[in-house]
Design a protein around this ligand. Structure first.
Ligand code: SER
Length: 318
């Protein structure tokens, strides 16, 4: 039996860093790829390839050289950054995904691909709680790329026999690496502003409820979906997964239970318009039934974990 070799593309990013750690701690053989070196100390002894996912030849060469069996393709432009540079975001998000799917088809050694979709596939008309097959009318370049990407995943599965799996992630909150240009980033960056003596200035409205998830559950979602038998998976596109929903105000009041002097003000910018188009939560019964999705972390536990992590690390943007 050939040993599994897991490869994370976008391994130095917010989710990539934590997924790499999860796979390493599980004893899996791992190769990291990114256009930036990893910085988290526990990942520095792993094989690393400086690779741009848009460069098909180099990517195929390195995936083959490492005899990769499982690809986690996480490299993407997020919602807020994507609106600033639509052509760049579209190119990165679409070309990167099509390269990975095409290489997975051409290389039989690649047995499974994980590619995250997002709550951003939903938009006006999907309702406050988006159904698995809810109306999708994405209003950002990022959301359009995730929506179309879901269709490409289903096409490669049906027509090219690529075993690609996906979930619709909400805003992800973790302590090891900063997010890069998302609308939900406030829920991570706020933790670097506690204790500064100035109010944290939030770019969303105080009452804007969004679906959110602790990074521990996000990693479990990727690993749980990849471990499921393909025959159990009814969804050919991306599974809705829900953990918790909160507004900035609810998060900040929870932070105040740990840091009573913490103050905030909300001065919405263009990101509020993006957030306003997204649902408050997702209906995720299919993920729970098909592969046992069951999040563990709620809002109080999320804040407790982030407050504890603050004490033992450098600021996220150092
Ligand atoms: N966290 C993402 C963003 O804000 C949503 O999937 O862009």
């Amino acid at each position: 039996m050939v040993r599994d070799v897991h490869c994370i593309i976008g391994a130095s990013g917010q989710l990539g860093t934590e997924l790499a750690l999860g796979l390493k701690r599980a004893g899996e053989q791992l190769v990291l790829m990114d256009i930036k070196q990893p910085v988290y100390p526990e990942l520095l002894d792993l094989p690393f390839e400086m690779i741009d996912v848009c460069e098909r030849g180099g990517l195929a060469d390195r995936l083959g050289a490492h005899r990769v069996t499982h690809v986690y393709h996480l490299a993407a432009a997020l919602s807020a950054r994507g609106e600033q540079d639509p052509q760049w975001a579209w190119n990165l998000n679409m070309k990167g995904l099509l390269n990975v799917l095409d290489i997975a088809h051409a290389m039989p050694g690649i047995r499974q691909v994980f590619w995250p979709s997002s709550i951003a596939v939903f938009g006006p008309g999907s309702g406050p709680i988006a159904a698995q097959s809810g109306h999708r009318l994405p209003a950002t370049v990022y959301g359009i790329s995730k929506n179309v990407g879901e269709h490409w995943c289903a096409w490669y599965h049906q027509n090219r026999n690529v075993d690609v799996r996906s979930v619709r992630y909400p805003g992800l909150v973790g302590s090891l690496a900063p997010p890069g240009g998302g609308t939900t980033d406030y829920a991570v960056e706020v933790f670097d502003h506690i204790g500064e003596g100035l109010p944290y200035r939030c770019f969303l409205e105080a009452g804007e409820v969004l679906p959110m998830m602790h990074m521990g559950d996000a990693v479990e979602a990727a690993l749980g979906l990849m471990a499921a038998p393909r025959s159990a998976l009814r969804c050919a596109e991306a599974y809705n997964i829900q953990a918790m929903s909160f507004s900035p105000e609810e998060l900040f009041l929870e932070i105040r239970r740990h840091a009573p002097d913490f103050a905030f003000e909300c001065i919405p910018d263009f990101r509020q318009d993006i957030a306003a188009g997204w649902p408050d939560g997702l209906e995720d019964s299919m993920a729970r039934a098909d592969w046992g999705w069951a999040p563990k972390v709620d809002l109080p536990a999320l804040v407790a974990s982030m407050m504890e992590a603050r004490l033992s690390r450098l600021p996220l943007n150092a």
